[in-house]
Design a protein around this ligand. Structure first.
Ligand code: IPE
Ligand code: IPE
Ligand code: MG
Length: 245
């Protein structure tokens, strides 16, 4: 029987965009050229996501650990986010993309914070694609911050500790209101999460490819989506086809 692939399409794809530095080094170029090319790949994927029926796209672009890189690389990555918002915001808005930047604001310049606020408020009522950019993001920090907020509410008597469950905690995360990713893609051959969406990815399908992020194309996205379509997500239950009673 022909499989209905539209049934098995991921609604939310999260991508760990890795390999920019190696892409540049392989060409004898500075790492920053890899980051620049990475932004081009990001633009392509955002444009193509509609064709694949993706509703939510989360892109990991700067981790809380990335502060430990050389100062010049960190400041280049900051300037790339600035320039991306400045140059692409109007187009994103025109295309009906809702933008949210998830991550800690501390450490970011006032200018970047203002740009993020502008991007989020301008696009707040768009609903074609929900684009989350994970910048200065760390999954452990996100969970710790959520726990601290719940603890404060419990301490001041506005929250009963007994009422805390998974849903209550999820509502405190930076991704509140966004469905969990169905598919997490990581490029560049690394097979780890590197502190990305630890809570939200609990039941995501994971797809790893050796392709370096700047080389990631529509065909690579198609391959990841095809892989997803073949998976059976059981969420801890038994196989739907193996049920006997
Ligand atoms: C991913 O590429 C982008 C960021 C982490 C900011 P890398 O810069 O990690 O590239 P590699 O892993 O060194 O090749
Ligand atoms: C993860 O990549 C972070 C981003 C893609 C933004 P890294 O290159 O920082 O991760 P590690 O160091 O290989 O784990
Ligand atoms: Mg890397």
């Amino acid at each position: 029987m022909q499989k209905d692939h539209t049934q098995n399409r991921p609604k939310h794809i999260a991508i760990i965009m890795d390999g920019n530095g190696r892409w540049a080094e392989a060409r004898g170029q500075e790492r920053r050229e890899g980051h620049r090319a990475g932004v081009e790949a990001l633009r392509r994927i955002v444009k193509q996501s509609e064709d694949f029926g993706i509703r939510h796209l989360t892109l990991f672009s700067f981790s809380t650990e990335n502060w430990g890189r050389p100062r010049s690389e960190v400041s280049f990555l900051m300037s790339l986010l600035e320039r991306y918002i400045e140059s692409d915001l109007a187009d994103l808005h025109a295309e009906g993309v809702r933008v949210r930047v998830i991550g800690r604001r501390d450490g970011l310049s006032d200018k970047i914070c203002r740009l993020i606020d502008r991007a989020e408020s301008l696009t707040a009522s768009n609903n074609r694609l929900f684009l989350q950019i994970a910048f200065n993001y760390g999954g452990r920090e996100e969970l710790a911050d959520a726990a601290a907020r719940l603890a404060r509410r419990a301490a001041n008597g506005t929250l009963d500790p007994e009422a805390i469950n998974g849903d209550v905690l999820a509502a405190e995360l930076l991704t509140a209101g966004v469905p969990n990713p169905d598919l997490v893609i990581r490029t560049s051959g690394e097979t780890r999460l590197s502190n990305f969406m630890l809570w939200q990815s609990a039941y995501a399908e994971l797809y790893f490819t050796d392709v370096l992020w700047p080389d990631f194309t529509r065909d690579d996205l198609q391959a990841a989506i095809d892989y997803y379509a073949e998976r059976e997500r059981r969420f801890g239950l038994v196989s739907a086809s193996g049920e006997t009673d």
